[in-house]
Design a protein around this ligand. Structure first.
Ligand code: ATP
Ligand code: MG
Length: 455
């Protein structure tokens, strides 16, 4: 037996079975301690940090569920495996949801248990390696004004850190309200050009006929109304950053002129032949699918590649629901007056279930609305939320194939359906994962993987 042997606590009230299993586990290299009651198990757990807990669910007195709960509270990293008898599958699934690793059905083959334990230990090893790397990032939930601690947002912050120092052109894509503009500003304000100007131009807000002059400037008499010489945004942004918002709305003729300005960093004012050279970092943003527009001939392919040097894709809010409480709190602090305001759990559930077609901007507006209605009570409740949130919920019932007006999140719907089918297959087969997997046409290991992710 080496030092690295895994310490395992086996809890089982049937003596013959316990002794037999303990022997086989010891043969497989585990350092096994035994407990014959829940109480005895709790006492041992209080004294020793086991790597693994294998417990029968049904025990006289303190039952297996309570033992698992106690173990996980003390040692969040412990691998807990539950042994279930007939008719306790539902409880076992519940326990897995609360953090146990897996369950095996009685009677079980020792190989099945060993296989489960091996997989669990391997997973735990990977997790602790990743945890170290993650700890270095965990400190920061924000990058400038950008809030989020979901994995997608952490990856985004990391990407932004890398690209702020460069001069490369950035193309920010994302649905409306996902934060494209604050990302553009963050890139500028955290980079070497921060002392110079950040000039923003919303290409869709300016009539096409004026957009060229707006970008490149004009000379007196260039067109009706051009009574003086004027600098364009490119010139204004010299040595700074030019943010071209809604770049997908630009006409093809103007796209050609923009392409040249990007390639050569030079252009002429409208009505002038004098060439102006500038040093500008360009950041573009769009909520349209430029690649599709290229395929449809509405957007120049060469311009697309010029802009898309560093693509930054902002996730929709529904793709990072775990950030909703954090964002809600942030906006609550922004809009409340002097007294602190909280959000009821019911209201929070609605915030987290909603699809947020308007993304963070819509959430910001919803919280502002809710603060106006609920802050005098010190708590925001369902009725304080805007009607589109307080009303019928958007999370469709599993199995229901409907497409609501505002659309659905296909991943969420499919996830729910999958969970429901797995639950039913396990119930029908009395918790036999092999049979359940066959019912679902899955490999057994795939089913076990999916069960793990069913939180
Ligand atoms: N990650 C975030 N953290 C905090 N606030 C955010 C975040 N993302 C967006 N916001 C806020 O949401 C609002 C909308 O953001 P922004 O204007 O940058 O969106 P956008 O993607 O440019 O939208 P549109 O396509 O409609 O122009 C702003 O008030 C912004 O401060
Ligand atoms: Mg915008």
């Amino acid at each position: 037996m080496t030092d690295s042997a895994k310490h395992l606590l086996l809890v089982e009230d049937e003596t013959a079975l316990r002794v037999a299993v303990a022997e086989q586990l010891a043969d497989a290299g585990y350092q096994v301690d035994q407990a014959d009651t829940g109480e005895a198990a709790l006492a041992r757990l209080a004294e020793f940090a086991y790597d693994i807990l294998v417990t029968d669910l049904h025990l006289p007195g303190v039952d297996g569920a309570a033992v698992v709960q106690d173990a996980l509270q003390r040692y969040p990293d412990i691998v807990a495996v539950v042994v279930t008898g007939y008719g306790t599958v539902k409880t076992a699934v519940d326990i897995i949801r609360r953090g146990a690793w897996d369950f095996v059905n009685k009677p079980f083959q020792i190989d099945e248990l060993l296989h489960t334990l091996n997989a669990a230990l391997e997973q735990r090893r990977l997790k602790s390696e990743n945890a170290y790397l993650r700890a270095q990032l965990d400190e920061r939930y924000r990058f400038d004004g950008l809030i989020g601690r979901s994995p997608v947002m952490k990856r985004l912050f990391h990407l932004l850190e890398t690209i702020t120092g460069t001069n490369s052109t950035v193309l920010i894509t994302g649905e409306t309200g996902t934060g494209k503009e604050i990302v553009a500003r963050a890139i500028h304000h955290n980079g070497p050009r921060r002392a110079q100007r950040f000039v923003a131009l919303n290409c869709s807000a300016i009539p096409e006929t004026l957009l060229e002059a707006e970008l490149f400037g004009h000379v007196r008499g260039a067109f009706t109304g051009a009574v003086v010489n004027r600098q364009g945004r490119f010139e204004q942004a010299h040595r700074g950053t030019l943010f071209l918002d809604e770049v997908g709305t630009m006409s093809v003729a103007l796209q050609t002129k923009l392409l040249r300005a990007l390639q050569e960093r030079e252009f002429e004012r409208v009505g002038d032949s004098h060439t102006i050279k500038v040093d500008v970092r360009v950041i573009a943003a769009t909520n349209s699918d430029l690649a599709r527009m290229v395929a449809d001939g509405q957007f120049r392919e060469d311009l697309y590649y010029r802009l898309n040097v560093i693509p930054v894709r902002l996730p929709a809010l529904r793709e990072r629901r775990e950030d909703i409480p954090l964002l809600a709190q942030h906006f609550l602090d922004k809009f409340r007056a002097h007294t602190p305001v909280t959000i009821s759990q019911t209201a929070m559930r609605h915030l987290m279930n909603y699809l947020w077609p308007g993304n963070v901007r819509q959430l910001e507006n919803a919280i502002e609305h809710a603060v106006a209605f609920g802050s005098s009570r010190g708590q925001i409740d369902l009725a304080d939320l805007p009607p589109e949130l307080a009303g019928d919920n958007v999370e469709p019932a599993p199995g229901a194939v409907t497409l609501p007006e505002h659309g659905v999140d296909i991943e969420v719907v499919i996830g729910n359906l999958e969970r429901e089918l797995i639950q039913r297959a396990l119930e029908r087969t009395g918790g036999n994962k092999g049979q359940a997997a066959r019912l679902l046409n899955l490999k057994r290991t795939t089913l076990v993987e999916k069960l793990k992710r069913m939180h």
